[in-house]
Design a protein around this ligand. Structure first.
Ligand SMILES: Nc1ncnc2c1ncn2[C@@H]1O[C@H](COP(=O)(O)OP(=O)(O)OP(=O)(O)O)[C@@H](O)[C@H]1O
Ligand SMILES: [Mg+2]
Length: 255
């Protein structure tokens, strides 16, 4: 089997699929979006400010209700289900700018995230998170507010991962973090995907996301403007730039 055929084979399983999704806030902000997040890989979602990335994540997580279209986790239709049901279906979201409970320890912040799990699943989930982020084991009793920005982001990611999701949507991995810290989180995210999880990565630094991702989508004005391999997008930066420039030239407009 050629390397390409093998790569195609491992991405055959779709962890999450959006089919013609529409989401409104005071107006439609996600417009007819279809995309697939394969298991076993990182998929990048890029786009300028206000493009609808966070709204898409919140709609998948059940925080915002889509006005049309469907969301499938594997072959399970989870459209307009409640957030707990969506999480139970194996979909974890890391919303943009998620905050920890600053007074609570690392341990307690993680335990809060396992409240819906049975005792043995909770223990297993926490073991898994500590395997991925050994640093957190060393900071176990420290209160969250004493952690560095990078450590806090590890706890936020660990909170999503303790439930052993099949798919994880990460909204702005590097928000507020120094580039060096982001580079430390990157291998962990890659190993999460290698272990079989479908990861959707939203990231303001396109080179970080495209370095990790197999495929990429560009969203602008609520619509998908590009879908293809991350390698192609890297080699044709004008595809990305045009989406960002269009947004700037229409700033304040309705797209
Ligand atoms: N709470 C809100 N109420 C009403 N409109 C909102 C709200 N949050 C965002 N919007 C609008 O929804 C649209 C999409 O915003 P969204 O936050 O999904 O974009 P984004 O791609 O995540 O942007 P960013 O890169 O800045 O995080 C924007 O026009 C934004 O102004
Ligand atoms: Mg956002």
């Amino acid at each position: 089997m050629s390397a390409t055929a093998e790569a195609r084979h491992s991405s055959d399983v779709t962890a999450l699929r959006l089919d013609g999704l529409w989401v409104s806030r005071d107006r439609p902000v996600v417009r007819d979006v279809s995309l697939e997040i394969p298991a076993n890989a990182i998929t990048a979602l890029l786009g300028p400010n206000g493009a609808g990335k966070s709204s898409l994540v919140l709609a998948v997580g059940g925080v915002l209700r889509p006005t049309a279209g469907r969301v499938f986790a594997g072959d399970r239709d989870i459209t307009r289900r409640r957030p707990e049901a969506i999480r139970a279906a194996g979909v974890a979201i890391v919303p943009e700018g998620r905050r920890l409970l600053g007074d609570l320890s690392v341990e307690d912040n993680l335990r809060v995230a396992t409240y819906a799990l049975g005792r043995s699943d909770a223990r297993e989930g926490i073991d898994y998170a500590l395997e991925l982020f050994p640093t957190l084991g060393r900071r176990w009793k420290a209160s969250a507010r004493t952690l560095s920005g990078g450590e806090q982001q590890m706890v936020v990611l660990a909170q999503a991962l303790v439930s052993r999701p099949k798919v994880m949507l990460v909204d702005e991995l590097s928000l507020g973090l120094a580039p060096l810290i982001v580079q430390r989180l990157v291998p962990t995210l890659a190993s999460v995907a290698e272990s079989g999880v479908g990861v959707l990565l939203i990231e303001q630094f396109a080179h970080v996301a495209l370095g990790l991702a197999r495929t990429a989508y560009v969203i602008e004005g609520g619509r998908i403007r590009y879908h293809g391999t991350a390698a192609e997008l890297k080699s044709r930066p004008e595809l990305l730039h045009s989406a960002y420039l269009r947004r700037e030239s229409e700033a304040g407009g309705d797209g």
